[in-house]
Design a protein around this ligand. Sequence first.
Ligand code: ARG
Ligand code: ZN
Length: 882
Amino acid sequence: MSRDAVPQPVRLGDYRPPDWLVDTVHLDVRLHPTAARIVARLALRPNPEGREGSPIVLDGDELNLKSVTLDGAPLAGSAYVATSTGLTLLAPPQRALTLEIETVVDPSANTRLMGLYRSSGTYCTQCEAEGFRRITYFPDRPDVLAVYTTRIEAERDEAPVLLGNGNPVEAGAVEDTSRHYAVWHDPWPKPSYLFALVGGKLDRITEDFVTATGKTVELGIYVEPGKTARAGYAMDALKRAMRWDEEAFGCEYDLDVFNIVAVADFNMGAMENKGLNIFNDKYVLASPETATDADYANIEAIIAHEYFHNWTGNRITCRDWFQLCLKEGLTVFRDQEFSSDQRSRPVKRIADVRLLKGHQFPEDSGPLAHPVRPSSYREINNFYTATVYEKGAEVVRMLKTVLGDEGFRAGMDLYLDRHDGDAATVEDFLACFADANGIDLTQFALWYAQSGTPRLAVSGHWDEAARSYRLDVAQTLPPTPGQSEKLPMVIPLAIGLVGPDGRDLPLALDDGSNAERGVLLVTKPRQSFVFRDVPHRPVPSLNRGFSAPVKLSSDLSTADLLFLARHDSDPFNRFDATQTLALSHLLEATSAVRAGGEQPAPDALVEALAATLGDTSLDPAFVAQALSIPSEADVAREIGEDVDPDAIHAARTRLRHAVGEALAPALEAVYARHAPTGNYSPDAASAGRRALRNTCLDLLAAGGTAKGIARAQAHFGAADNMTDRFFALAVLAHAAPDAREDALAAFHRQFRADPLVVDKWLALQAQIAEPQTLERVRDLTGHADFDWSNPNRVRALIGTFAGLNPTQFHRADGAGHDLVAGAVMDIDGRNPQLAARLLAAFKSWRSLEPVRRASAEAALRRVAGKPSLSPDVTDIVSRSLD
Ligand code: ARG
Ligand code: ZN
């Protein structure tokens, strides 16, 4: 890689307010497949907080400038410099002025899916983070807020539906032509990244929503023609989210209409453009025949997430992109709370923590580790990460744990009130919680600045004579890229001391205080907490509800863990005790495989699982989670270095087999007891029963018996919904090589017309843990239903192979690494964001054993050596190799 290919870093410390502000934007957009014309009229004025006498510097990206006027008069060529990446007015009059800029862009050639592009013929936009500059020249930064009016014009046949931000103002025919237009006005000042427009042939469902203060909002969801029947669940989720935000946060919607458009080609999940959310159709479209329970839950969460951005993101936006977690972490926290209230709180927490450990923990311990609020970046699109989103949400959750429900709500109320209309910072956010509660959050703020996952070592000591119990706690934070020295963090450690009867003992600290709400605040490198009046040796239940995103190690024995798995009043820790037993077995078993020795018997784990399976008082969704054996990636992360994925796979396969065998009668009984009773419904309770039944099906087939396989085949054949059908298909694909191809072919025949279901079919095949998968994935890239230009297809096939098939991605011969690196290099020319995301799958390469590590490094170096890499891929590859 040549040196000058590395983009220059942008640094938080260099932030300066904009020199020029934009009060209003009038856009006139004439849609055309290859030459869309945009006339932008910008009312600018010098920023009193900017540098006096500054030029006007506007961003651009691949723009074709047609004309520019200042206050109605053409600009002399010497008055400005225009390139495809910027437009600078060298010595503008230092007063309010109007610029009118005409640009032309080619939506059909826009394969990066940033700016204005076409998705299956529909015109749509994606402007976050820096896509608006691909539509017109503009100060494309989130602290320039303007009021937008947009006129959109198109051929009526080509785009009968024309949508913009805000409220519809007028619409009509363009006289004497086959064209028509619509004008939209958004009264709320917003940054350019929230701009959107859509034009296309779309069908719509619509419903009214009456807000808390009695205003009627017209809700619309637009989908490809013929797909409205699949938008109903998204509409239902939207209405529930709108009501919930009023009740939980006092946030009411603020426009006359709220529209959602589903498109087939989208780089991310969805986008919160003001009044006009644009979604990856995967997170809108659902029917029992085509969507799984997990799809329904994702749709509910993402519809809510984007809606919640209306306040946390739009009404209060970010000052600069370093503050991305200000809107993303907070909004993820809000959508998690929404789902918890709509479904089961413990089960949602378990799912969220699994996601955090599965994605964020590896990121935080590898070369791509970065703080929740980074202090520099070379490509902002690479910072839409699990750390910013998921760890960002954990930090907000810890704030709530530290302050309590009321203190947290007081801080949120103050934030929403004090900063409405602002482009804010993390400091602004924290100051609201500090002010509302009269506390100092200086040390807490380190969660935003220090990267890496803190380690917490805890040991307990019971003093029988003194009837006291002491917890010794030590925290460390390992070095991460750019951060060799770390300061101690504030760690809210929720705990319980469980007595021999399984009940929590009262927590009375020896300094006379009560551990408030069961939370110990760890703030020093080493700390001891002494509890009095502890008549029996308790079993400590540590980090209840996963109150802090840390790696915890303790001196709990196997007997203690078994006890917690049965008795802990905290459901998360009941789950976690079982997971800990499974993980410690798998670590031992993996070493045994590598040493060529005997694998230990999983007795303790089987005992815990049997108890959980036999406890009919438990929520089936919870039991399903508790029964799931940690993934191969979970084990690899726990091992941490010199990882051999084949050994992990062998150990885990053996364990699943042993569990399926040992628990067969109980699994069969639970399977039978949870047979479907009526028509499919996606509600949480029904989904929980399916999850448990399917988990039993899976473990029984993992036993490898003919009976187990036959049961899966029957389950596949009898399924009347995608959850059951696809789960059975997955069981067959993994456990029954002989039955696999027929089942895959039958599934494909039935659903080939449906790209979102084809994605499931691709993803499943990419996950098969056998050497032939590499060829299979290669062949599938040539399949008629595969399409390199569609991000969902690429992620389903290549992304799943890299992310969820550790033995084949990390093949010892390096062919898996080659496949992914090759795909990244191919895709980079068309869609750098997608390529960079795929490449990030290498993030844990340094933890592999030497042969695989060398092959991963060689693949990364090949990518690095390719001429004319995008800034996106350049950034990921150079940080990965650093
Ligand atoms: N703000 C969107 C969300 O809620 C993500 C959009 C990111 N897009 C991008 N191209 N980086 O999560
Ligand atoms: Zn978001």
